[in-house]
Design a protein around this ligand. Structure first.
Ligand code: ZN
Length: 478
C-alpha cells in the first residue's frame, strides 16, 4: 500500500504547529542542558497531541521521552534542540547582525529544525498507528546538549535506547541524501599541569613552569600525529595559561584536547599515547600532570537496510517545489559572506565539487538532487552522539538542504537561514521522509529483522561506551 498520501496529509494538517515549534526553539536559542523553555513547549505540544511524555531522563532535566502506540517494532526518533554560544543572528539577514533582545546564543547548527522535523515525523507516525493499532510504537527522544554534553552517549550507555528496534535521525545541512557515511569517534579530555611560581628574572631556577609543560605537550602531540592512523584528528585549545604576566613563572596550565578517529577502539589506542606525551612533558619540566575525561562519543555505524529504506522514501516523495521568492531568498543568502575573499573561495569550491552542475548550482544555490547511495565505507570528518544510538539500534540519518550550498554549520549564516522559507519547507519534508521510511519498517517485520542482523554483524553485539559509568552528564558546563 502507498502511504505517501497519509504522510503528506498528516504533516500538512499540522503545518502551522510544526513551524510554530521550530520558530519558538529558534527564538529561545538555549544552549546545552539549559533548554528549559524549548523543552517545556515541545513536551506540552506532544502531550496535547496525545503522546505519553516523561520529562527528565538519566539525570538530565531537559531530556524527555514521548511515546504513542503499542507493541513492536518500536521506532525511535532522535530529536535535538540545543543552540550554540554567541551565534545569535537576525533571521533572514544577509549581514552579520545579532537578533534583537537579550539572547546572545543562536541556532548555528539548525537544531530547532532538527527537533521540529522529528516532531513532524512523530505526528505522521501517530496518524499511521491510530489507523493501524497494534502495529508498533513510536518514541520521540528529546536529546539535549548535542553540541557539548553528548546526552545520547549517556542515554545509550544507561540503557534508555535498549527498547528501540530502529532509529531515525536527520540533520539540516546543504545537501539531500540518506547518509551512507560514518562519523568520527571522539573523546574530550582536559590536561592540567601544576608547577611552582617564581620571579621569572630574579629566581627562575626556583620555579617550575606549567606553561612550558603545556607547550611541550603540544610539541609532543604534533610529533605523534605521523604515527597514528591518518584519518585521526587531534586538536586542542588552551584553557589556562597560568596568567598574563611574562615575569612570573606560570604555576598552572590546562589544555583541552579532542582525540578523534574513525573507530572507538582507535581512539582508545591513541588516548593513552597522548597521556604518555603529557606525562613526558611533566617529567621534562618538573611539574605534575593530571588528566580528566570530559566527554566522548562513538563512531556512526551505517546500516544499509534502514538507509536504503530511507533513500527509497526520499525518492518516492521527491523534493518540495521552491517558488521564485524562495530562490530569490536563496540567492541573497548565498552572497552572505564575511568578505569578498570568503565568497570567492565558496564559489571556487562549488566549481571544483560540482563540476558540470556548478553553473546550475550557482544560479539555483539549493542542492535538491537526491544523492545516489555510495557504499564505500567513507567517513565524514565530524562527530555526533547519534553514533552511540547507532550501536544500540539500526539507524538511518537523513540530510536535507535547509541552507544554501556553501553554508557551513556553526556560523551566523546557518543561523540566519533557520527560520527562512526553505528551512520551513525542509523541516516538514524531513518529517515526511522519516515517517514514510518508518512505515516501511512497521509494514515489513522481515526488514526490521534484517536490519538488526546487519547491526549485530557490524558490532558483534558489543558497545563499549567511551564514557565510564561513573561519569555523569555535566549539567553545569553544558
Ligand atoms: Zn548539529
Amino acid at each position: 500500500m502507498d502511504y505517501r498520501q497519509l504522510v503528506e496529509q498528516a504533516v500538512e494538517a499540522n503545518r502551522e504547529r510544526i513551524l510554530e515549534l521550530s520558530d519558538a526553539i529558534f527564538d529561545y536559542a538555549e544552549i546545552g542542558f539549559r533548554e528549559f523553555r524549548s523543552v517545556e513547549q515541545f513536551t506540552r505540544m506532544l502531550q496535547e497531541d496525545g503522546f505519553e511524555v516523561t520529562c527528565g531522563l538519566d539525570g538530565m532535566p531537559t531530556a524527555f521521552r514521548a511515546s504513542y502506540g503499542s507493541g513492536r517494532p518500536l521506532i525511535g526518533l532522535l530529536a535535538e534542540y540545543d543552540a550554540l554560544p554567541d551565534l545569535s543572528q537576525k533571521a533572514g539577514s544577509d549581514v552579520r547582525c545579532p537578533a534583537d533582545g537579550p539572547v546572545t546564543d543562536g541556532h548555528g547548527c539548525g537544531h530547532n529544525l532538527l527537533g521540529a522535523g522529528c516532531y513532524a515525523a512523530a505526528l505522521a507516525l501517530k496518524e499511521y498507528l491510530a489507523q493501524n493499532p497494534g502495529k508498533g510504537t513510536v518514541v520521540l527522544y528529546g536529546c539535549p546538549s548535542e553540541e557539548k554534553g553528548c546526552s545520547k552517549t549517556h542515554l545509550a550507555r544507561d540503557g534508555f535506547f535498549d527498547e528501540m528496534d530502529i532509529a531515525y535521525a536527520w540533520h539540516p545541512f546543504a545537501v539531500t541524501e540518506a547518509a551512507t557515511y560514518s562519523m568520527l569517534a571522539n573523546v574530550s579530555v582536559f590536561f592540567r599541569f601544576k608547577g611552582i611560581t617564581s620571579h621569572a628574572a630574579a629566581a627562575p631556577h626556583m620555579g617550575r613552569s606549567a606553561l612550558d609543560a603545556a607547550e611541550l605537550m603540544s610539541v609532543g602531540v604534533n610529533y605523534l600525529r605521523e604515527h597514528i592512523v591518518p584519518e585521526a584528528r587531534i586538536h586542542y585549545a588552551y584553557r589556562d595559561v597560568g596568567g598574563i604576566a611574562p615575569n612570573v613563572v606560570q604555576g598552572t596550565s590546562c589544555v583541552h584536547y579532542f582525540v578523534r578517529a574513525p573507530k572507538n577502539y582507535q581512539v582508545q589506542e591513541i588516548l593513552p599515547r597522548v597521556v604518555d606525551v603529557a606525562r613526558g612533558a611533566a617529567l621534562m619540566t618538573g611539574t605534575e600532570m593530571s588528566w580528566e575525561l570530559y566527554s566522548g562519543l562513538s563512531d556512526l555505524i551505517v546500516n544499509r537496510v534502514v538507509t536504503e529504506g530511507m533513500h527509497e522514501a526520499l525518492c518516492q516523495l521527491g523534493m518540495p517545489e521552491l517558488t521564485e521568492e524562495d530562490w530569490a531568498f536563496a540567492r541573497r543568502m548565498f552572497l552572505a559572506a564575511d568578505s569578498e575573499e570568503a565568497l570567492q573561495m565558496k564559489i571556487d569550491r562549488i566549481r571544483a565539487e560540482y563540476g558540470d552542475r556548478a553553473e546550475e548550482i550557482l544560479e539555483h544555490p539549493v542542492d535538491m538532487e537526491i544523492r545516489t547511495p555510495v557504499w564505500n565505507g567513507q567517513c565524514q570528518m565530524g562527530s555526533s552522539d547519534v553514533g552511540d544510538a547507532s550501536y544500540i539500534a539500526p539507524l538511518a540519518f537523513l540530510s536535507l538542504p535547509t541552507a544554501v550550498v556553501g553554508t557551513s554549520t556553526h556560523t551566523w549564516q546557518m543561523t540566519a537561514q533557520g527560520k527562512g522559507p526553505i528551512a520551513h519547507k525542509m523541516v516538514l519534508h524531513a518529517g515526511k521522509v522519516m515517517a514514510l521510511a518508518a512505515i516501511g519498517m512497521y509494514e515489513d517485520p522481515d526488514k526490521v529483522a534484517a536490519a538488526r542482523a546487519e547491526l549485530l554483524k557490524a558490532t558483534g553485539g558489543r558497545y563499549d561506551c567511551p564514557l565510564p559509568k561513573e561519569l555523569r552528564p555535566r549539567l553545569e558546563e553544558g
